[in-house]
Design a protein. Structure first.
Length: 282
């Protein structure tokens, strides 16, 4: 993505630009010609593949006859989209734009087979990073650990925390990552997180067998502003996937809701299981 981390504001701006062009019944080729730029350049701006050039934005607002105060709002949106985020010092530690898009979320729902990064202790994170990335240098591993800790602060301390609902496969709390001490501290951290207002943690026990999320981890992200479209995120070994089609998102919601309501342990029973495992490692 041209070393570009797409923020929520940049995502909203590109959506607005596409809608303005289509409302004027202009093709990408026709609009690009009138703006004096290439068709691929305009396409990349409208699809978040490159930053929106300020001069092109002004020309586009003229071409699309955008009146005040909407014009000024879009200009402010463009400026806001260029501001450095907390993740800037850790750009090399993150792939894609997920952490930037996550930062403004109102609700995050996670189906996971490992403790989510935003709930990990340093020792757990360090062990998970080193063991899942063979050959990683110590310096790179430490950068990723510190990036993960910065992400936690940005998400839960520096803003109003999002509503968070995590479905954890039982393997996530039983698989020893980083040794007994690290795992005990991680389980203790989960018990504290489960008590945080707005946070729900549920365990999908081995006893339920297969469940709707067994084919892979995924995250459903929702925003408070209806202008900001929700999405589903999947992180894979060969790249990240962002799912934005409403029908596809609905299927993920159905899978998550079914697993949470009919297959996972209740939040209180889940907390009891985590607490018991933590005591066993003491």
């Amino acid at each position: 993505m041209d070393d570009l981390i797409l923020t929520v504001r940049a995502r909203r701006l590109m959506k607005e630009l596409r809608q303005l062009r289509t409302s004027r019944k202009l093709t990408v080729a026709r609009a690009a010609s009138q703006l004096g730029i290439s068709e691929p350049t305009l396409w990349r701006m409208e699809n978040g593949k490159t930053k929106v050039n300020t001069e092109v934005l002004v020309s586009a607002l003229d071409l699309y006859n955008v009146p005040s105060p909407r014009r000024e709002a879009l200009e402010r949106l463009a400026l806001d989209s260029l501001r450095r985020g907390w993740w800037a010092p850790y750009r090399d530690a993150f792939s894609g734009s997920y952490v930037a898009l996550e930062s403004d979320a109102a609700q995050i729902r996670v189906n996971a087979f490992a403790v989510p990064g935003f709930f990990q202790t340093e020792d757990y994170a360090r062990a998970a990073i080193v063991t899942t990335r063979p050959g990683i240098s110590l310096a790179d591993a430490e950068l990723r650990v510190q990036a993960r800790m910065a992400r936690q602060r940005a998400l839960f301390e520096d803003r109003e925390p999002p509503m968070t609902h995590v479905l954890l496969d039982e393997s996530a709390i039983r698989r020893q990552v980083g040794g007994p001490t690290a795992m005990r501290e991680q389980l203790a951290r989960l018990t504290r997180e489960a008590s945080r207002p707005g946070t729900t943690i549920q365990i999908l026990p081995f006893a339920v067998g297969s469940h709707p999320g067994v084919e892979g981890e995924f995250v459903i992200v929702d925003y408070a502003d209806p202008e900001d479209d929700p999405f589903v995120y999947e992180e894979g070994l060969f790249g990240d996937i962002y799912i934005e089609n409403p029908d596809d998102i609905a299927r993920y919601r159905l899978a998550f809701d079914h697993a949470a309501a009919d297959m996972a342990l209740s939040p209180s029973a889940s907390l009891e299981m985590i607490t018991q495992l933590c005591k066993e490692k003491s």
